[in-house]
Write a protein that binds this ligand. Structure first.
Ligand code: F1P
Length: 346
C-alpha cells in the first residue's frame, strides 16, 4: 500500500498525483457511465470501486465479469469509460473485453500490477498498482493495492467534479495516508487467525456476510478460502441472507461477519442476532472498541477503525490470513493451489 501511494498522495499539499486521470480528465468527468471489468479477485476490487465512485463522484458505474462482457454483445459508445482491472495484465477475458470496448469507441483506463503487460498496453491511460510481484497464484496484496488505486481515483475525480466537498476530501486524504500504519497494526492479528484456523479448519462450508463497502470483502474472503483451502464458501450481502442462505444456518455452519463501525452497524448487528438465534457459529471482524457484536459472537478479530470507504483494505487482511492458516493446516499448497493458473490466458 505504501508503494501504491508513494508519489501519488501528497496530503500536505491536498494533492493526488495521477497523470492518467489528468490526461483523460474530460473523458472521465463527462462520462455517461463507467464500466469496470475484471475477473476473480480483480472483479471484487471493481465492486468496491463501484461503491466508491458512485458515492464520491456520482457517475453511474457498472461492474462486469470480463468473461461475460466479452461475449454478451454489450452496448458501448465513446461516452463510456471502461476501467480494466487485472493483477497480471494478461487475463485473456479481460484483454478481450478491453479490445471489444476500445473498438466501440470507449476510453480504456487500466489498473494492472505488471508493467508493460498486454492489458496495460491496450489501454489509453492507467495507474499501476506497484504491489510488487505476487508470488502465490491467489491474488492477495494486488487486491488491497487495486482498491487503493480506486480510492485515489474516486477522491481525485470527486474533488475535480465538485461532488466531494473540500473538507471531506481533505479528511479522506489524511485518513488514506494513515492506511499503511493501520495495515501494519492489522497484521498483528496473525496469531489469533492462526488460533482460529485450528477451530475452523475442518469445516465443509462457510458463509461470509458484509454490507455496503464490505459486501465485496465478503465475496473476496469466500473466494480466498475456496482457492487455497478447497472449502466451499459463499459471500453474501448480509441483508440478502433472509432471502435464501438463512436456510443453511445451523450449529455446523461457520458464519464470518465483516462488521466494522459504520452507519450500517445496527443493521449488521441484527443480522448477527439472526444467525445466533439459529445457532450458527459466528466469527466477527470488528473494530477495537466493539461491544454489541463482540458480546454475542463466538470469536472476534479486532481491527483498527477507519473511514468506511477504506475499510475493505483493512478488513480483507484477517480474511486472507485466516484462509492462509487454514490452508496450511489442511496441508494445501498456498502458493500453487490445484487447478489454478497465475494468469488465465485461454
Ligand atoms: C484474475 C484471477 C485472480 C485469481 C487467480 C486467477 O487475475 O481470477 O483473481 O486469484 O489467480 O486469476 P488477474 O486478471 O487479476 O491477473
Amino acid at each position: 500500500i505504501r508503494d501504491t501511494l508513494r508519489g501519488r498522495l501528497l496530503p500536505e499539499q491536498g494533492l493526488i498525483n495521477m497523470r492518467g486521470i489528468d490526461e483523460y480528465k474530460e473523458k472521465f468527468l463527462n462520462a455517461n457511465r463507467i464500466i469496470i471489468v475484471g475477473c476473480g479477485t480483480s472483479w471484487h476490487a471493481g465492486l468496491v470501486g463501484e461503491y466508491m465512485i458512485e458515492d464520491l463522484v456520482r457517475i453511474p458505474v457498472e461492474v462486469e465479469y470480463a468473461s461475460e462482457f466479452r461475449y454478451r454483445n454489450p452496448l458501448i459508445n465513446e461516452k463510456d469509460v471502461v476501467i480494466a482491472i487485472s493483477q497480471s495484465g494478461e487475463t485473456a477475458d479481460t484483454l478481450a473485453a478491453v479490445k471489444l470496448a476500445k473498438s466501440m469507441g470507449a476510453t480504456i483506463f487500466g489498473i494492472c500490477n505488471v508493467v508493460g503487460s498486454s492489458i496495460a498496453r491496450e489501454t489509453h491511460a492507467g495507474a499501476y498498482t506497484h504491489a510488487g510481484p505476487e508470488i502465490g497464484v491467489a491474488s492477495t496484496k494486488a487486491f488491497t493495492a487495486q482498491i487503493t488505486v480506486l480510492a485515489l481515483m474516486a477522491l481525485k475525480l470527486g474533488y475535480m467534479k465538485g461532488t466531494l466537498s473540500e473538507s471531506r476530501y481533505m479528511r479522506l486524504l489524511i485518513e488514506l495516508n494513515s492506511i499503511p500504519e493501520k495495515v501494519e497494526e492489522t497484521l498483528k492479528c496473525d496469531p489469533i487467525t492462526r488460533y482460529l484456523a485450528e477451530i475452523y479448519k475442518d469445516s465443509n462450508n462457510a458463509l461470509y456476510l458484509g454490507r455496503g463497502y464490505n459486501f465485496p470483502v465478503a465475496l473476496e474472503g469466500a473466494l480466498k478460502l475456496k482457492e487455497i483451502s478447497y472449502i466451499h464458501a459463499e459471500g453474501y450481502p448480509a441483508a440478502e441472507m433472509k432471502h435464501g442462505p438463512i436456510a443453511l444456518i445451523d450449529e455446523n455452519m461457520p458464519v464470518i461477519v465483516i462488521a466494522p463501525k459504520s452507519d450500517q452497524y445496527d443493521k449488521i448487528f441484527s443480522n448477527v442476532q439472526e444467525v445466533k438465534a439459529r445457532k450458527g457459529k459466528i466469527l466477527a471482524i470488528v473494530n477495537h472498541d466493539d461491544e454489541d457484536i463482540a458480546s454475542i459472537a463466538d470469536h472476534i478479530i479486532e481491527v483498527p477503525e477507519t473511514e468506511n470507504i477504506f475499510s475493505p483494505i483493512i478488513n480483507t487482511i484477517p480474511l486472507q490470513l485466516l484462509s492462509y492458516h487454514i490452508a496450511l493446516l489442511r496441508g494445501c499448497n498456498v502458493d500453487q493451489p490445484r487447478n489454478l493458473a497465475k494468469s488465465v490466458t485461454v
